[in-house]
Every structure is written in structure tokens, then in C-alpha cells.
Design a protein around this ligand. Sequence first.
Ligand code: FES
Length: 146
Amino acid sequence: MSVAGPNPTSHDDAGLPTQKYTITFIDEQKREHVVEVDPAKLPYGHTGLPGSILDIALGHGVELDHACGGVCACSTCHVIVRAGLDACSTPTDEEEDELDEAYGLTAHSRLGCQCVPNGRQNLVVEIPPWNRNLAREPHGPPSDSQ
Ligand code: FES
């Protein structure tokens, strides 16, 4: 007979939100972008987990690098969740492993493509400036000759 029961944690992995909430993104120039997340519109796209911080950022025109395409295989989507971390999904071991590669890691760091808020708190999410400078993959100059 199973004795498994609820396992309360500080993180609430209830999944996708059922109510509207806001995320205040603080970009590399310290500008604030307040976006309202509407559960009825999730996912906004196909990059990152549905309802993830990356999905929401891209859906609202907020730039957040995502070199691997949102599949937890880089750390360029590193963000710092300044408020509302308790209302986010618990990081997996895979996310923790990729985060270890992120420059400027903090106790509030997450991968934007893997972190899914449940909507029970509003979030403040900082996009560190060093992501772009250090992590952008080099591309050759555009080829305009044929
Ligand atoms: S975009 Fe690569 S880990 Fe999030």
C-alpha cells in the first residue's frame, strides 16, 4: 500500500497559470518592460517550455538570447528572478547543470527557457548584460556576393 502523499515545497509546481499576472523585465540598459501574461494566450510561440519566461519575453518583443533554441542546452537565456521565484517551477537537474555554465550565477538565477511561473505572483526578471556579450555565437559577416 502506498503511503505517498502531498509533498509541500516552497516552489509551487502547479503548472501553467490560470490567472493573469505581470512580469517586469529589466533589460541590459536597466529599462523596465512590464508585460501582462494572459493564460488564454499561452504558449506565445514555440521557443522554450510553454509559458516559460523565454516564451513570454519573445511573445512581447523583449530580447532574451536563446542560442540553443530553448531546449536547455546552453545558458544564454540566463535570467535573475528578482521577485516571484517561489511561484516558478522547480529547476530540473538538467537546468541546474546548464546554469552552472552561466556567468554571474546568483541564488535567483534561472534559465528563461525552463522557468515556468504559475501566475500566483507577479515577477521581476532581470536580464544580465553579460549574457549577450559573452555568449553570442560568432557568425561570419553577411555574405552579399554570389
Ligand atoms: S535557450 Fe539555451 S538553455 Fe535556454
